[in-house]
Design a protein around this ligand. Structure first.
Ligand SMILES: Cc1cc2nc3c(=O)[nH]c(=O)nc-3n(C[C@H](O)[C@H](O)[C@H](O)COP(=O)(O)OP(=O)(O)OC[C@H]3O[C@@H](n4cnc5c(N)ncnc54)[C@H](O)[C@@H]3O)c2cc1C
Length: 454
């Protein structure tokens, strides 16, 4: 099966740039006659391909998976669209992803994080919003005081120090653990031991509320992909480059082009899944090693009917194991179906990935029983992500570990010979680890290639 697929692909690749059909109408009327290969059909690769194609380049996107979208991955097996990768547009005002959602007629559902209920070890407790604010204010104050050494301080050490402040003395250790996990580990997909305060501080944000896409985030990728030439199950394993152009190896065949845009995730770069010739410069190699690839996974549980407050969007669970099943978005208001989602990050998410789907479901259900009581009905079914095990991503998204300067992202983004360009969420210093950051990075490198080709 694999062999026949490879040979079909090889056949297609043999004449790829030569085929008028694959060149497309835009390429036929190409103003500059330039060819570009884009590696990866995630949102960064699609942004780059679209920008290059619109500017008259002949573009082929090479995607290892059998689907496009990368970390925009919507599953519909439970009868409604559920996102296993990104869910939220973070900051919908002036966000390019909001514009894309409008362009592709995608409805948005504004997400109110303050609409929440937190369950502690003794049952339901309503002090959560106030506690979040006290904790966030204390952390922010600490970061301002230590502005010049943020890269050297782990989030864990910062929390240890602010723990002694009067405003936080009223909180229990389990509450502090829950807040640290909810505000930092879930957000940055990394443990507070690894994450630096520079990582907490990096980047900027669009304004306005966050929103989810009820019809699925993959609609954005599908919308952008229209009219592009994309080969799926096309695994790139080598990129050669010189000042004259690039050669990209796919399934034993070599494609020649003027430019390549590499958008493979940091996790895949760390694993060395693509060989570069000449080898990557030391600065880029060091950046790949130094930046962290975090882990965030989701478990969706589908129930016969809701047993929770249907209109509450967020449920929190304070427990003695702070990173286990602490955050539960409620999908009922979005999908009209009795579905809850658990988000887990870092070490606990990694442990969960080792379990079967059935055992992940059981563990999630037991956590829910500590919140809603032992009598709740068991889930009918579930689906979950395992982004660390995913060969083409090897993690969820990037973060800045302790002792790594934000400049590592710039080093990762640097091009080779103005012929091989690097895009993707990990290359972005202003909006790292987001869909819009990845999108903007793809547009940026495409503009650089366009400028070089003039
Ligand atoms: C669980 C989770 C939740 C998230 N939540 C949010 C959120 O709510 N909001 C938000 O803004 N962001 C979120 N993110 C981050 C966001 O999904 C990513 O930042 C963004 O989608 C990354 O896009 P990309 O194009 O850089 O990478 P990808 O989407 O990973 O695309 C890279 C592509 O390269 C392909 N590839 C890899 N190796 C090869 C190879 N050798 N040859 C060919 N192709 C290859 C991959 O298959 C993939 O399709 C989340 C991510 C995860 C995992």
């Amino acid at each position: 099966m694999l062999t026949s697929r490879r040979s079909i692909l090889t056949g297609i690749l043999s004449g790829l740039f030569a085929l008028p059909l694959l060149k497309g109408a835009r390429a036929a009327s190409s103003a500059n006659g330039r060819k570009a290969l884009v590696i990866g059909a995630g949102i960064a690769g699609l942004a780059a391909a679209k920008t290059l194609a619109d500017s008259g380049f002949s573009v082929i996107v090479l995607e290892a998976r059998s689907r496009i979208g990368g970390r925009l991955h919507t599953d519909r097996s439970l009868g409604t669209p559920l996102d296993l990768g990104a869910s939220w547009i973070h900051g919908t005002r002036a966000n390019p992803i909001t514009e894309l959602a409008q362009r592709f007629s995608q409805p948005l559902f504004d997400w109110d994080y303050d609409n929440e209920e937190v369950f502690d070890l003794t049952g339901h407790d309503g002090r959560s919003v106030e506690r979040f604010e006290i904790f966030a204010d204390a952390l922010e104050g600490f970061m301002e005081e230590n502005e010049t050494s943020l890269s050297r301080i782990s989030a864990k050490n910062a929390i240890r120090k602010i723990r002694q402040q009067r405003s936080l003395l009223q909180l229990t250790d389990d509450e502090i653990g829950f807040l640290a996990h909810s505000l930092l580990e879930q957000e940055f997909a990394a443990s507070t031991t690894e994450l630096s305060l520079a990582g907490v501080d990096e980047g900027t944000a669009f304004g306005g509320p966050d929103a989810v896409l009820p019809d699925g985030y993959d609609k954005i990728a599908l919308g952008v992909s229209q009219g592009l030439t994309i080969l799926t199950e096309a695994v790139v394993d080598r990129i050669e480059h010189s000042s004259k152009g690039v050669s990209v190896s796919v399934a034993g065949k070599v494609l020649e082009a003027d430019y390549a845009v590499c958008t493979v995730p940091l996790g895949a770069l760390k694993a060395g899944s693509i060989a570069f010739s000449p080898p990557l410069p030391d600065t880029k190699r060091r950046a790949i090693d130094a930046l962290g690839m975090g882990l965030l996974d989701k478990v969706y549980l589908s129930f016969p009917e809701p047993f929770w407050h249907e209109t509450v969007l967020n449920f929190g669970r304070i427990s003695t194991t702070h990173d286990a099943f602490a955050y539960w978005p409620n999908l009922f208001p979005v999908t009209g179906k009795p579905i809850l989602c658990a988000l887990n990050a870092g070490a606990f998410a990694l442990e969960l990935e080792k379990l079967s789907e059935e055992n992940r479901r059981r563990a999630a259900f037991e956590a829910l029983q500590t919140m809603f009581g032992r009598d709740i009905p068991p889930p009918v079914t579930s689906i979950s992500s395992a982004w660390q095990q995913d060969k083409w991503t090897q993690g969820s998204y990037s973060f800045l570990p302790v002792d790594v300067a934000p400049g590592a992202r710039t080093a990762l983004a640097a091009n080779l010979n103005s012929r091989v360009f690097f895009a993707g969420e990990a290359t972005v210093a202003d909006y790292p680890a987001t869909v819009h950051g990845a999108w903007l990075s793809g547009q940026r490198v495409a503009q650089e290639a366009i400028a070089h080709a003039r």
